[in-house]
Write a protein that binds this ligand. Structure first.
Ligand code: ATP
Ligand code: MG
Length: 319
């Protein structure tokens, strides 16, 4: 049954985009269920912003089709625009205006009447913890405050689908967590979030589904757990009753590495039960007793590295 309600918030097939002979998107398919967070993960230049720009009607794809909020991207672009909000990678606030003035201006652009304009502005200042800063020019804001105002501006028109392009790049951990809380509240209210990020931890925290973009293609897609399971191996962590046992075990297991007061061993080859059992047999034969053994599946960093061959360097921002 495909009632309006059960239609995905975003459905795209075969999106392509090139600049000259540089292929940026080489056939992208995406489906994002309503009321969920979908994270597009990729290194610098992978094509994240290009994807956001296409899906939010800012630029045209060379090929492919998409529906956003039930509207066809090509044939019903106005419907798409009326249903979405976009917080771009780089701040779009007016530095000379105050936070309140920025919001009032945006409410004007959305044709809210005088009362609604004031009311929505007050609500958003409150919701984004900007009441104290409301009358200050944005030029005096910290990066975190600016990012919150950016998102508040995006919400003036009460969009059902929100695109957040690297919303926390350059923020300190506390501001990042504050942004995550805001995203969670939005989703609890039924909004759909399309989030791009270079931070695996962010995708892990927020996203219902994650797609990894590399060289213009989606190289993996699934929940964080599903992605982690695609990577063979993982590691086991061993703890010992005392330091002497640990030292003895480390001598016997030459490939083990020390992590705090534990030893870490990669599960060899394919990560199957068989290879895990072979490893445990070796541990059984050790001259010392293993106090505690835990098996760890790979984390998203392992996944990203295995899929793209790029370590995820935190990028240096100029903001
Ligand atoms: N207007 C343009 N003209 C030419 N090349 C472009 C244009 N816009 C983007 N590109 C190129 O397309 C590629 C993808 O860019 P995009 O901005 O989508 O990457 P991104 O994943 O958002 O990267 P970042 O993490 O740095 O924001 C890059 O190689 C970029 O140089
Ligand atoms: Mg970008």
């Amino acid at each position: 049954m495909s009632s309006n309600h059960s239609r995905p918030a975003i459905a795209a097939t075969g999106l392509r985009k090139s600049y000259g002979d540089h292929v940026v998107l080489d056939g992208i398919d995406l489906t994002v269920a309503r009321g969920t967070v979908f994270s597009l993960l990729g290194a610098n230049g992978a094509g994240k912003t290009t994807t956001v720009k296409i899906l939010s009607t800012l630029i045209n794809a060379d090929a492919g089709a998409a529906q956003v909020a039930g509207y066809d991207l090509a044939a019903e672009a106005d419907g798409v625009r009326a249903s979405i909000g976009v917080t771009g990678q780089f701040s779009a606030v007016d530095n000379l205006l105050t936070a309140e003035e920025n919001l009032l201006l945006m409410a004007d652009l959305h044709h809210l009447d005088r009362t609604a304009r004031r009311q929505r502005t007050a609500e958003l200042l409150e919701q984004f913890d900007l009441v104290d800063a409301a009358k200050k020019p944005v030029s005096t804001f910290s990066g975190g405050m600016r990012r919150r105002l950016d998102l508040a501006l995006t919400l003036v028109g009460s969009p059902r689908v929100i695109f957040l392009d690297e919303p926390t790049t350059g923020l300190d951990p506390r501001s990042r967590r504050a942004m995550w809380e805001i995203v969670r509240k939005l989703v609890a209210g039924g909004v759909t979030i399309f989030l791009t990020t270079q931070y695996l931890e962010e995708a892990d925290e927020l996203a219902d589904r994650i797609a990894v973009l590399d060289h213009g293609r989606i190289v993996a897609e699934g929940t964080a757990e599903e992605l982690k399971r695609q990577i063979p191996g993982g590691h086991v962590q061993l703890r010992f009753d005392d330091e002497a046992d640990l030292a003895e075990a480390q001598r016997a297991l030459s490939e083990a590495s020390r992590k705090d007061d534990a030893l870490v061993l990669r599960v060899p080859s394919d990560g199957s039960l068989h290879s895990l059992k072979a490893l445990i047999d070796r541990l059984d034969a050790l001259p010392v007793k293993v106090g505690e053994l835990s098996v760890h599946t790979p984390d998203l960093d392992d996944v990203f590295l295995a899929l793209t061959g790029n370590p995820t360097d935190e990028k240096v921002t100029s903001r």
